[in-house]
Design a protein around this ligand. Structure first.
Ligand SMILES: [Zn+2]
Length: 253
């Protein structure tokens, strides 16, 4: 299985528009973060987790020709706003499968009503094949995906386990029974926004505690704000098996 980090930034991305913060002005490419998303590939399959406002740029950047579907963690804009840009995939492949909680589907239906409408559809509008997921395992072809439930302040969010890889973002709380589902995975991805606490995201300290609980071989941190600091500085302070993810990082599991 090959994982490509398409984006590792928080909702505004890094740099933030107009910001004079030193991290936003950094020339280190690892400090440039598009909105959070990963591409998960195995055999001939390619799935994207989330489809934020940078989706088009991300697909161009990794030269992605085909996707087999999109899994959504939740309905916040930084995770869904790029849905219209699935059009090239739709034109080539037909209906694009999406997988999401029924609440997320309802939100997408409102937001992208012209995509979901079945009457008088404007020519060129993409069509989706909608798969509602619950908090129980489902199959993508030959691979079982295990959803993991967490809370993003008051909002339910899904993380996903694909074999020995778990991808979790926008988490602030998680019940022990959910953590149990990802215990001892080889590779864990988890969000850490910044050093200071935040109402709906783990800060770095909380993410490190969470990594200890899950006990993966290796962990990568994502959904990063400029307030976390320079990539190079932060990474030096992390435990040996914990790394900051960065855009275009690829790992094979
Ligand atoms: Zn987010």
């Amino acid at each position: 299985m090959k994982i490509t980090f398409l984006g590792t930034g928080t909702s505004q991305g890094i740099p933030v528009i107009g910001s004079k913060h030193p991290v936003c002005l950094s020339t280190d490419l690892k400090d440039k973060r598009l909105r959070v998303s990963v591409l998960v590939e195995w055999d001939d399959y390619a799935y994207v987790v989330d489809c934020g406002p940078d989706f088009r740029q991300q697909m161009l950047r990794v030269n992605c020709h085909k996707i087999d579907g999109i899994l959504f963690t939740h309905e916040h804009s930084d995770h869904v706003a790029g849905l219209d840009d699935i059009r090239p995939f739709y034109f080539r492949q037909g209906d694009v499968p999406i997988y999401a909680h029924k609440r997320v589907i309802a939100s997408l239906t409102k937001r992208f009503d012209y995509i979901f409408t079945t009457e008088n559809k404007y020519p060129g509008v993409p069509t989706l094949s909608v798969n509602v997921i619950e908090n129980k395992p489902f199959m993508l072809h030959n691979l079982q995906v295990i959803p993991v439930n967490g809370m993003h302040h008051q909002l339910q969010v899904f993380g996903f386990r694909f074999k020995n890889f778990a991808y979790l973002t926008d988490m602030k709380r998680m019940e022990a029974v959910e953590i149990e589902k990802i215990k001892d995975v080889k590779v864990l991805v988890i969000n850490a926004l910044r050093i200071e606490p935040h109402i709906s995201h783990f800060n770095l300290e909380e993410a490190l505690q969470f990594i200890d609980q899950v006990n993966p071989e290796v962990a990568y941190i994502t959904h990063i704000s400029h307030l976390l600091g320079f990539h190079e500085d932060v990474e030096k302070k992390l435990p040996q098996h914990v790394f900051l993810a960065y855009d275009n990082l690829q790992i094979t599991i």
